[in-house]
Design a binder for this molecule. Structure first.
Ligand SMILES: NC(=O)C1=CN([C@@H]2O[C@H](COP(=O)(O)OP(=O)(O)OC[C@H]3O[C@@H](n4cnc5c(N)ncnc54)[C@H](OP(=O)(O)O)[C@@H]3O)[C@@H](O)[C@H]2O)C=CC1
Ligand SMILES: O=C(CO)COP(=O)(O)O
Length: 340
């Protein structure tokens, strides 16, 4: 049994806490709001974020970091990406050397273009930071539906420790050393999911969705490979796997926000209506920064940015994508041309 604190009581932090409790670990779920911690303890349900999922009797709740942090084998960071650095800065000074931290949020910092684990490592250099990602909607993990994820870590031993902690008959966990590839896939699939939702909102069909998924993973992997990630990772759970689920699922916040934008709502109105964090909106800007830095073309992500932040109409964005220069689908040595 491990002593674990999950930091962030949103839908994902709550669902993972249930999983970890069911796996026999001692779990404290930290919320930044006392009212929320009290309500979770009393009702044994997160009514607004994960309705219908009973929180196990043994699960503990606090809003006090002094209770959540000391003497934990593992800290799970489950706050939205824009809050990750701030929380890491706040908790870092008190943590011991080698503190195991697994980040489960998905995003890239707009100003620095750093992934979340890189930000956490900057703020808590003494920690051993890993990531968990994959096609895993909280609503389904909460209902104990079969789910698969991948854990990325610097050291194989760390990855194996985490694999043992998270793995269950309903939650299968693979391991990988490609932290960068995992985190890029996680953050960028949300931007493509915004596009997929927008296509749904515009009334387009399955062909359009398949096109966005397929050309989307091409964009993501092109950037990732230029940054030094491993190509195979983008065709794994944290890449194409998570892209498929986020573009298709009724649970996806990013797809939902895109849908509302396709129906004519502004970015702000869509985010407001979804109520939970829409990470793709933040990662979209960061992706453009990365594309410029690594000189990589990201046509879909570029159009998503124009729709999100420059008031471009989604229909016009689709037209521009359809009428781009003619291309070869993928590089082939028999036709030695550069492909974008
Ligand atoms: N939901 C899912 O299915 C999955 C989500 N993820 C990722 O997990 C991350 C969290 O998402 P999710 O749980 O869905 O988000 P939610 O919108 O459900 O909840 C976010 C939670 O974070 C809290 N929070 C916001 N800012 C801060 C802060 N500065 N300090 C501490 N806590 C803060 C919020 O508190 P408050 O209520 O007070 O605002 C809220 O409890 C995201 O990066 C998401 O992409 C990954 C896989 C699956
Ligand atoms: O990352 C997720 C599922 O793997 C959750 O995606 P959304 O934030 O779009 O709901």
């Amino acid at each position: 049994m491990a002593k674990i604190s999950v930091l962030g009581a949103g839908s994902w932090g709550t669902a993972l806490s249930v999983l970890l409790c069911d796996n026999g670990h001692e779990v404290i779920l930290w919320s930044r709001r006392k009212e929320e911690a009290d309500e979770l303890r009393e009702k044994r349900e997160h009514v607004s974020k994960l309705p219908g999922v009973r929180l196990p009797d043994g699960m503990m709740f606090t809003s006090d970091l002094d209770e959540a942090l000391p003497d934990r084998d593992l800290l799970v960071m489950a706050v939205p990406s824009i809050a990750a650095r701030g929380l890491a800065r706040r908790i870092g000074p008190g943590l011991p050397k080698g503190q195991l931290i697994v980040n489960v949020a998905k995003g890239i910092e707009e100003e620095t273009l750093l992934t979340l684990s890189e930000q956490i490592e900057e703020e808590i250099p003494q920690a051993d930071v890993a990531v968990l990602s994959g096609p895993s909607h909280a609503e389904e993990v909460g209902r104990k539906l079969p789910t698969t994820c991948v854990i990325g870590a610097h050291h194989k031993e760390t990855a194996e420790i985490l694999q043992n902690i998270f793995m269950s008959p309903v939650f299968r966990v693979y391991i990988s050393p490609d932290i960068l590839g995992i985190e890029l896939g996680a953050a960028l699939k949300n931007v493509i999911a915004l596009a997929a939702g927008t296509a749904d909102g515009l009334g387009y069909g399955d062909n359009t969705k398949a096109a966005l998924i397929t050309r989307g993973i091409t964009e993501i992997s092109r950037l990732g490979i230029a940054m030094g990630a491993k190509a195979d990772t983008f065709y794994g759970l944290s890449g194409i796997g998570d892209l498929i689920v986020t573009c298709a699922s009724v649970h996806s916040r990013n797809r939902k926000a895109g849908y509302l934008i396709g129906q004519g709502k502004t970015t702000e109105q869509a985010m407001e209506e979804v109520k939970m964090v829409v990470e793709g909106v933040y990662s979209a800007k960061a992706a453009i920064g990365l594309a410029e830095k690594y000189q990589v073309e990201l046509p879909i992500i570029s159009q998503v940015n124009k729709v999100l932040f420059q008031g471009k109409s989604p229909g016009e964005a689709v037209q521009e994508l359809m009428l781009r220069d003619k291309k070869i689908e993928s590089w082939d040595s028999r036709w030695e041309e550069k492909v974008n």
